[in-house]
Design a protein. Structure first.
Length: 99
């Protein structure tokens, strides 16, 4: 679970999901007001999970799949990836960059 680096309070799923709703790379802790960032490890895990969506989109070229099955698989993988990205969030007190 994601914990604030200042007050060490665990964030709820809804609070963690709020990080992805904005274009900012940070969010204030709802408990102490300290600015929190998504950790570098979480960013890397999220980018790897997002790669799964691309693989599923390209799946019909490798296998002869019906279009309805393809649409259902893409939508279910998107839902799973979004859920896992929110669940795997770890917070950091400073902004960390991938490069």
């Amino acid at each position: 679970m994601a914990q604030c680096t200042e007050c060490h309070t665990e964030w709820t799923f809804k609070e963690k999901a709020g990080i992805y709703k904005t274009l900012h790379s940070s969010k204030e802790c709802p408990y102490c007001g300290a600015e929190q960032f998504v950790s570098l490890k979480s960013k890397r895990q999220g980018s790897m999970l997002s790669f799964l969506i691309i693989l599923v989109i390209l799946m019909p070229t490798a296998f002869n799949m019906p279009i309805l099955l393809h649409i259902i698989s893409v939508l279910s993988v998107i839902a799973i990836v979004v859920y896992l990205q929110v669940m795997l969030i770890k917070l950091s007190g400073k902004e960390e960059f991938l490069i």
